[in-house]
Design a protein around this ligand. Structure first.
Ligand SMILES: Nc1ncnc2c1ncn2[C@@H]1O[C@H](COP(=O)(O)OP(=O)(O)OP(=O)(O)O)[C@@H](O)[C@H]1O
Length: 804
């Protein structure tokens, strides 16, 4: 066989490269050790100098000079230690599998008479001792993109100097383990992507893996896009959006390695669970992890403790479970309105309105009296020229109030209460105050004998002590009454009508009532949190983070226009990558993601690019064919060709109780685990249902099943019970939908949640429905799934209530 012969030749090369790696590693290891010792030594010296010589004043200058020199030396050594250490780490990582691909490429201009160049591609570059021969090319080098973008034939790649064209004569993939070539494929000879088949056929992991060896062309476009300010990626469930984002981070860190650091990139993800799920990818790629957070964390950090901010999961639970509670529809209408582009516009008009009138202030109170009243502040505020921006006026007010406080404090010093307080100063406090005074005045002990002066100073100190709080309030601009400003929008309706083109939103009264009642008890519902903060920043100026250069948003379909607008303003120097899937938009609020205009407005059309990922890799073809039929436009989702069983739908007898469902789930967990599926998830609709299901399943005999809640920090291995909205972004070998009856999934608003739940399955998808099938399933072509346990007189699809 030609390939066997080829494999032998390739194995010889693998061995050679590995030997060179080993030699280099052996050569470098003592360097790292030596540098580490030097660093430790210099640190020790530094410490000695500080502790020994600083006690003698004569030595101070000399010591300082030497310290400076030493610390420069230390930084230099630390840098080279780090650099060498990282190099060593990279080589150690290359050792078991130095590369995963080879391409043979002939540049167009040199085609005549030239042999093709062999490019071996791996996790990082490895250059021979001559300093120029690349034994391995980093997958992020320009030339490596040929591998991802082309089949053999004419091919081209971009370099900083322009496009290089030529012919790819060979495209070879390897799977190398512990230095041995296990598989070798030439894509010109075989059909389909064998390596990808193998990778996708493996089991799910509690942590996401990198996809570096099998990045697909459309994904490569996402990873290497470096043109636009805002890159939007719309992609089907399982199309590799998150994977591409992580690879993109690694790519950008490599491409801009002299100017971009990992801590200048931030990933916004849907929940802490997801954070830990993706946290292994970058280290696996030899890069440091970037900063990871969630939007609710950010809101919390800004709004708490003044408010208790509802989290999105509680909002979600409400949406899913409170359907029969009074006020439910009004709250949903509120959620929609408060996250809409319209409300964003209302707030910017409100800002213009406030430039003229309507500001609200909190009086500065001292000992029960207003020392500066809200009216005075109002008058002062509107006495500034109207051309001065709101935030600048607030700053001017701040200065003015500080000056006012200084004058007031001078007056206060003479008041009787100060004397009274002085009388009651206990000895210890008095002494402390006295010592502090001396220090502050820089006087020797004997200089403070004048009683009058001493008393004046002590009085000043007492007043200062009290005024500290007031000054802090002014410094933090707490005199601007943001809660009142926000409330004002929901009182009466006249203001909102004026700002909202003469209209009030649907169910306006209830929305207003609900908002005000919450705020009365210092509660901000999730839908209010972003607009509230936005308003406060419109008035007081936007806080900015100028160090972050790249913001990445996963599950971007769940972000409202407010959230996008926020992130744009919060990170003014950053580029943004937003990836999402509109079919998984599980929140009621309006997704900016689909609103092309709203998104284009963010940075402008010219700076916005949209890319699409339509191929789905996570699930078997059968599962994708089933899930894509659940959503409108699903026919555009293309399954990767990996076969498996059809989703299995079990229709239990009408009247089957919850215990029967739990018994079924317990039995299926047991069976699936027995078949070798390491991760099995029983997906419920809500947290409440998950809690009950978890207990019932344990009672039915499956005790080693973990319950995932919004507080779970990392996905537990093995079997789990999890609410659908927390399963976003993650995946399992096998998924059992706990209740696929109309009792759980019937309303149109639940369709996307149902779709999200089903698309978590990689190899096996099973649905259990007591009595009837959810209309989403009943409407499907029955050929898409295998049905079990149907009662003869009640075939699937005939016992279904009309969906709403
Ligand atoms: N090119 C690829 N090579 C190997 N595996 C891939 C590739 N692309 C995607 N995958 C795998 O497909 C699965 C889904 O990928 P990922 O989670 O990134 O998709 P997603 O679009 O973010 O999904 P969702 O929106 O459903 O959460 C993962 O297991 C990932 O490793």
């Amino acid at each position: 066989m030609i390939l066997d012969r080829e494999q032998e030749i390739e194995q010889i090369r693998v061995n050679e490269v590995r030997e060179k790696l080993q030699t280099r590693i052996a050569h470098m290891s003592p360097d790292v050790q030596d540098l580490r010792e030097q660093v430790v030594e210099i640190r020790k010296d530094l410490w000695d100098e500080v502790t020994v010589n600083m006690s003698h004043t004569d030595d101070v200058n000399e010591t300082m000079a030497s310290l400076k020199q030493q610390s420069e030396l230390l930084s230099e050594r630390e840098r080279s230690h780090r650099h060498t250490f990282l190099m060593l780490q990279k080589m150690n990582r290359l050792l078991p599998a130095p590369y995963f691909a080879r391409i043979d490429f002939v540049e167009a201009e040199t085609e005549e008479g030239h042999t093709s160049e062999q490019i071996y591609i791996g996790m990082s570059s490895f250059i021979d001792t001559d300093g120029e021969t690349f034994l391995v090319y980093d997958w992020r080098t320009p030339i490596a993109s040929l591998y991802y973008d082309y089949a053999p034939g004419p091919a081209a790649y971009d370099t900083p100097g322009g496009t290089v064209t030529g012919t790819m004569q060979l495209k070879r993939q390897f799977i190398i383990r512990e230095g041995r070539i296990r598989y070798l494929f030439d894509t010109a000879l075989t059909i389909g992507d064998e390596v990808l088949q193998q990778v996708l056929g493996m089991g799910a992991d509690p942590q996401m893996k990198s996809i570096v060896a099998t990045i697909q062309k459309e994904q490569n476009a996402v990873i290497r896009n470096d043109r636009s300010r805002l890159l939007i990626v719309e992609g089907a469930a399982g199309s590799g959006k998150t994977s591409a984002v992580m690879q993109r981070v690694a790519y950008l860190l490599y491409k801009h390695r002299t100017t971009l650091r990992a801590d200048q990139m931030v990933l916004f993800s849907p929940n802490p669970l997801f954070n830990s799920y993706v946290s292994a990818v970058l280290p696996e790629l030899g890069e440091e992890n970037i900063r990871q957070t969630t939007f609710q964390d950010y809101l919390g950090s800004r709004l708490e403790p003044e408010f208790q901010v509802e989290d999105p999961y509680d909002q979600m639970e409400y949406e899913l479970t409170a359907t029969h509670q009074p006020g439910y529809n009004a709250r949903l209408a509120g959620i929609r309105f408060k996250s809409s582009a319209l409300f964003l516009q209302v707030l910017s008009r409100y800002k213009e309105h406030l430039e003229r009138t309507g500001m609200r202030f909190r009086a500065l109170k001292f000992r029960g009296h207003a020392v500066v009243s809200a009216e005075e502040m109002n008058a002062k505020f509107y006495s500034y020229p109207s051309s001065v921006r709101l935030a600048n006026r607030v700053e001017l007010m701040q200065e003015w109030l500080m000056e006012r406080l200084a004058v007031l404090a001078d007056e206060e010093v003479r008041k009787d209460w100060v004397q009274e307080e002085l009388n009651y100063l206990d000895n210890e406090k008095y002494h402390k105050a006295y010592m502090r005074l001396r220090k502050r005045k820089g006087l020797g002990n004997s200089d403070l004998h004048e009683a009058d002066e001493e008393e004046a100073l002590l009085r000043r100190m007492v007043v200062d002590e009290h005024y500290k709080k007031l000054r802090a309030r002014v410094r933090r601009q707490r005199f601007v009454h943001i809660p009142a400003l926000y409330r004002q929008l929901f009182v009466g309706g006249t203001l909102l009508t004026e700002l909202n083109d003469g209209e009030l939103p649907e169910q306006w009264e209830e929305i207003g009532q609900y908002t005000l009642q919450n705020m009365d008890v210092s509660l901000l519902s999730y839908e209010d949190a972003a607009p509230y903060l936005y308003l406060s920043e419109l008035v007081q100026g936007f806080r900015m983070n100028n160090t972050v250069r790249h913001v990445l948003i996963d599950e971007a379909q769940d972000y409202s226009v407010f959230q996008f607008e926020f992130l744009k303003r919060l990170f003014p120097r950053a580029r943004m990558t937003a990836v999402g899937d509109f079919n998984q938009a599980i929140f009621t609020h309006e997704a900016a993601f689909r609103d092309e205009e709203a998104v284009a407005n963010l940075y402008g059309e010219a700076d916005t690019e949209r890319l699409h990922l339509t191929r789905s890799y996570r699930s078997t073809r059968e599962i994708v064919e089933f899930t894509r039929a659940l959503v409108p436009g699903g026919e555009r989702i293309e399954p990767f060709n990996r076969g498996g069983d059809k989703p299995r739908v079990t229709l239990a007898a009408a009247g089957a109780d919850a215990a029967a469902g739990a018994r079924h789930a317990a039995a299926r967990i047991h069976a699936l685990r027995g078949e070798g599926f390491a991760s099995v998830a029983v997906i419920c609709k809500t947290a409440a249902e998950s809690l009950a299901a978890h207990a019932a399943i344990a009672q039915a005999g499956a005790t080693e099943v973990a319950l995932v809640t919004k507080r779970t920090q990392a996905l537990p291995p093995g079997a789990v019970v999890i609410p659908a909205y927390l399963a976003k972004g993650v995946e399992f070998d096998a998924v059992v939908i706990y209740d696929a009856s109309p009792a759980a999934y019937r309303r149109e608003s639940e369709r996307k949640l149902f779709y999200t739940a089903c698309t978590r399955a990689m190899h096996v998808l099973e649905l259990y429905a007591p009595g009837e099938l959810s209309p989403f399933v009943a409407a499907l072509d029955p050929g898409l799934y295998a049905l079990n346990g149907v009662q003869e007189e009640q075939p699937a699809g005939h016992r279904v209530r009309e969906g709403e």
